[in-house]
Design a protein around this ligand. Sequence first.
Ligand code: CMP
Length: 136
Amino acid sequence: MRTLAIIKPDAVAARQVGKIIAHLEAEGFHIVDAQMVRLTQDRAEAFYEVHRERPFFRPLVTFMTSGPALALALERDNAVSHLREVIGATDPAQAKPGTIRRLYAQSKERNAIHASDSPENATREVAFFFPLYGLP
Ligand code: CMP
């Protein structure tokens, strides 16, 4: 089973990509594909379409377009739920010790990594960046 992660612009700028990938591999994820992306406003808005009406939508799009990010298609048993556990809560202050956000994120917004939150969204989000690998 596959899921999508995005190492966000804050973590790329802080040169934490290698440590985060090592953490993901140690958790048993295989990297199926990877791409450095600089999201345009249109692409970021489309990716986060479900959040369009939320108060954090504008700042989220501004942040996600602020610099390069790394999109990763990841494979493992129970990939979606396991990746959510490994990254920790949205707010790093609430994330469990040892999770990626607790280790590397600065705030709810600049939170180092994105992960798909359901199998349906994983299929959509993997296909968004990697059309060839979109089918489960
Ligand atoms: P992500 O997993 O990329 O999905 C939506 C993002 O919105 C989330 O991580 C956060 O970075 C960002 N965000 C900012 N503020 C909030 C908030 N109050 N609740 C949820 N997500 C938020």
